[in-house]
Design a protein around this ligand. Structure first.
Ligand code: ADP
Ligand code: MG
Length: 335
């Protein structure tokens, strides 16, 4: 059945079920003019939004709606995580071509709902409109953070260590598999595809990290560490030196880089959408922090560099020589 056959209200009716994971904070959800939400006193409210457009951020092929839906929600959850907060409520706007299959929209919502369940998010409203062409998905996400726990990009100081969660570059390597640029073992391809489609926003890791203390700045890695470290350096008025040999990379991603004859930095520094987190850390707290995060979540933190004076710029140490790290990464409107 096509969207034009069920119409706007029919479509909303189809997608509106199973949207609340914690109804206790929702006075009114889908079905009124606005959502009405309870706000716990003493918390700061976090608000973020991410839009994804067909053929820019994703390609529709076969039955990949669930993956697309999961990804747009996870991208927002990751932004809340990098502020040290927990996501709470989402508002979803969609632009849909009238000839789209209703079942595809349903599968996109299944993905968004699956991610919402994974991270405790209530879907409390949205908007549904006609798109003349491509599918448009926008998620606005609210979250909460303790006032003394929130992590700005601007807190990094010279002497801080730079640490990242887990490994870098898997999502870009997974994209190479999707696009058929190379093939590796079945097990390896499964791992990379999973990492590409179903990222793990680091909410629990950041909760354990902020509880332990020592984090001075944080950013989620959506455009590659090479881009995010510039964001932190610019906001904090500092420089940074990353050590290439210390960047954590999975064996499967190394294999893909070799097979496609591509410099590994294209994966671990300039590959997008890993949704890991980069933090800067008081060096006296780094060991305790890594231990606290790993024992609470199983996720490793790795030291990948240090914060230096602004005059030193942002550099990459590789084979014992320092290179200027270009401000690279995906940027809209540029060639
Ligand atoms: P209004 O005309 O008052 O803006 P709508 O008819 O657009 O309301 O939407 C009806 C209800 O359904 C509202 O509560 C709205 O938040 C919700 N809603 C509309 N589209 C979506 C969507 N794509 N996802 C989730 N909720 C939606
Ligand atoms: Mg409306």
């Amino acid at each position: 059945m096509k969207v034009r056959q069920v119409g706007e209200f029919g479509l909303i009716d189809i997608i509106k079920d199973n949207t609340l994971v914690d109804p206790s904070s929702v006075v009114a959800g889908i079905g009124d003019d606005t959502a009405v939400l309870k706000h716990p006193s003493g918390k700061l409210l976090l608000a973020t939004t991410d839009m994804m457009i067909e053929n820019i951020h994703f390609i529709i092929s076969g039955d990949n709606g669930r993956q697309i839906g999961y990804r747009v929600m996870a991208a927002n959850v990751s932004d809340i995580a990098s502020m040290g907060g927990r996501p709470t409520h989402a508002i979803i706007s969609i632009g849909v071509h009238p000839d789209m299959e209703v079942s595809f929209v349903e599968s996109v919502y299944e993905g968004m709902k699956a991610c919402s369940r994974d991270y405790g998010v209530n879907i409390v409203g949205g908007d549904t409109v006609t798109s003349p062409d491509n599918l448009v998905l926008n998620v606005a996400l609210l979250g909460l953070v303790d006032p003394d726990k929130y992590l700005p990009r601007s807190g990094a100081r010279p002497g801080d260590l730079v640490m990242v969660t887990n490994v870098l570059g898997d999502s870009r390597a997974g994209l190479d598999i999707v696009l058929g640029r190379c093939s590796i073992s079945q097990e390896g391809e499964k791992y990379l595809l999973d990492r590409h489609y179903y990222s793990n926003p680091r909410v629990e890791e950041m909760a354990a990290g902020t509880a332990c203390g020592g984090i001075t700045a944080a950013d989620d890695i959506s455009d590659g560490l090479g881009s995010e470290i510039h964001e932190i350096a610019d906001a904090s008025g500092v420089g940074a030196i990353l050590k290439f040999e210390d960047l954590p990379v999975s064996d499967y991603t190394r294999e893909v880089a070799e097979k496609t004859n591509t410099d590994l930095i294209e994966y671990c520094l300039f590959g997008g959408e890993d949704f890991e987190v980069v933090i800067t850390v008081d060096p006296r707290k780094a060991d305790a922090l890594a231990e606290a995060v790993e024992s609470a979540t199983g996720t490793k933190l790795t030291v990948v560099g240090e914060i230096v004076d602004k005059s030193e710029g942002v550099k990459l140490l590789r084979n014992n020589s320092l290179h200027v790290l270009p401000k690279k990464g995906y940027s809209h409107f540029k060639k």
